[in-house]
Design a protein around this ligand. Sequence first.
Ligand SMILES: Nc1ncnc2c1ncn2[C@@H]1O[C@H](COP(=O)(O)OP(=O)(O)O)[C@@H](O)[C@H]1O
Ligand SMILES: O=C(CO)[C@@H](O)[C@@H](O)COP(=O)(O)O
Length: 560
Amino acid sequence: MSTYTIGVDFGTESGRAVLVNIADGAEVSEHVTPYRHGVIDSTLPNSDTKLEAEWALQHPQDYVEVLTTSVPAVLKQAGVEASEVIGVGIDFTACTMLPVDEWGTPLCFHDELKERPHSWLKLWKHHAAQDEANELNRIAEERGEDFLQRYGGKISSEWMMAKIWQILNEDADMYERTDLFLEATDWVIAQMTGSIVRNSCTAGYKSIWHKQKGYPSEDFFKALDPRLEKLTSTKLRGEIVPLGTRAGGLTEEMGERMGLLPGTAVSVGNVDAHAAAPGVGVVSPGKLVMAMGTSICHVVLSERETEVEGMCGVVEDGIIPGYFGYEAGQSAVGDIFAWFVKNGVPGEVEQAAENAGVSIHQYLEEKASLYKPGETGLLALDWMNGNRSVLVDTDLSGLILGLTLQSKPEEIYRALLESTAFGTKKIIDAFNDNGIHIEEVYACGGLPQKNKLLMQMYADVTNLEIKVSAASQTPALGAAMFAAVAAGEEMGGFESITQAAQTMSRVRDETFKPIPENHQIYQKLYEEYTQLHDYFGRGENDVMKRLRALKAPKAINQST
Ligand SMILES: Nc1ncnc2c1ncn2[C@@H]1O[C@H](COP(=O)(O)OP(=O)(O)O)[C@@H](O)[C@H]1O
Ligand SMILES: O=C(CO)[C@@H](O)[C@@H](O)COP(=O)(O)O
C-alpha cells in the first residue's frame, strides 16, 4: 500500500488539490476548482454596493468549496482510499485576510453586515490601504522603529496592519465587531480542524511578527491610532507556531465532506511562494526560488538576518526551519501580459491566433521570439500593479517607452516580458548588494510551463542558469511535504521538511542557460531600465502619483 498526502494551493482565481505519493513526490492526480465569486473588485456579491478603485475581495465560502470539491476529486481520479492519505497541507496567497466573530465566522457571512465592504475578506492585491501604509511607514520611521529594517524599510499596503487600519478608519464599527483578524490560510485550516492556529510564516512576513521580539509595541500602535493600542493582544491574539506543525486532525464533518478520515493530520497554513521552496528542493542558502504566475514571489534562505532594500521581509524559520527566509516580489507579471492580451491587441491578432489554433499569448510569444534583444526599440516599466520590490509603492504605474507608428503588438508584448525580467534583476541585485548571494535560480508556477521566451529572457537578463521545477503544482507539492511532516514519521511521513524535500522534490533536466551575446545587450537595456526606475520610482519625478491622484477621487462604498 502506498502512502499519500494532499497539498491544496489557493491561488488568486482558483484552488487546486494535488494528491502526492510521498515515496517519490509524484503528483498522482490534481483537480482545480475556480472560485465561484472570483476576484470581487467592482460590486459586492448579490448586491449593488460598489467598491472603490484598488479594492480586491474574495468570498471565504469559495475556499471551502475547493476543499469539498477538489479533494474528493483527486482521490476518485487516482482510486486512492482515504485510509492511504496521512496528511493535508495548504498554501495560500497572502496577506489575504478577513475579520471573524468569536466563533470564527467571517463577518461577511452575517446578513446584517454583508452589504458593508469591510466585512469581506481582503485579497492580497487589495491596494486600497496605501494611505494607511504611508502613514504607518512615516510614523515608524519617525519613532525609529527597528522592525522597518526587517521589511526592507517599508511596510506594504498589501499587508495585515495597513489593511486592518483601513478597516478602522473607514468602518470603525466593523473593527469593533471583529473578534480576530486572520490570514485566510489560518481560517481555512480552522475550517478543517475546528481550531485556530496562526502560522509563523504569515505572522512574520505579513503581520510584522518576530520570533524573539513578537509584534511591534503597543506604544507604536497607539501612535498610529489610540484605538489600535491593544490590537496585537486582542484581535491578533493566539499562538503562532512554526511551519510543518500539526494544526490538528480533520473534524468528523470536514473529513466526510472532503472524503478523508476524521483525525487525518492537517499542517498549519503556509504561503504559496514559501511552500514552493521545498517543493522545488530548495532547503539551503544561495538559491533563489521564483514562483512565477500572475505575480512573482522570490524567496531565498540565509544563515543570517540582514537588511535588503525593498524586500518583503526576513523571517526566522519563515520558509525552512533553521534558516532566515527572505521574500521579495513583483506585484504583477503574468497579469501584465494578460492585461495586454485583453486590452492591447487588434482584432487581426486575435483572428490570426485563432486561425493558428493557439492562444494570443502563444501567438505573440512566437512572433516576439523572432526579435533580438534591443531590436524592438522599446523599454517598459513593469509597474502596472505598483512596485512591490524594491520600491514598495503601489501608487506607481506602468510605462512603455520608445513607441513609434511602426510599433507592433508582438514588440510591445516582448518589451513587457523583458520589463518583468529587469524587475527580477533589480531584486537579485538588491540581495547580492547586501550580502545575500544568489548563486542559483529555480523557477516554478504557471509561467515557466507556458512561455519559453520569457524564461530565456530571465536567464539572459540575470546571467544565471534557471532550473525549473518538474512538478506541475510546486507550491501544492510543498504543502503536501509539510503535510507529511505534520503526520510525522510514525504515520509514515517525515521528521523534517528537509528530509521530505530530499525525497519528494524534482527539477526538470532542461534548464535555461544565459546566452552571452543576449546578456551583453540586456546589460545596456538594464542600465536604461535602472535610470527610468530611479527617475520615476525614487521621487525625482512623481508624475505617476500625480496622475493617480487626479484619477482617483475617493468615494467609498456608494450604493447605486
Ligand atoms: N503563454 C503565456 N505567456 C505568458 N503569460 C501567460 C501565458 N499564458 C498565461 N499567462 C499568464 O499566466 C498567469 C497565470 O499564471 P498561473 O501560474 O497559472 O496562475 P497563478 O499565479 O494564479 O497561480 C496569468 O496572469 C496569464 O496572463
Ligand atoms: O504575496 C504573495 C506571497 O507572499 C503571493 O501570495 C501573491 O503575490 C499572489 O501570488 P500568485 O500571483 O497568486 O501566485
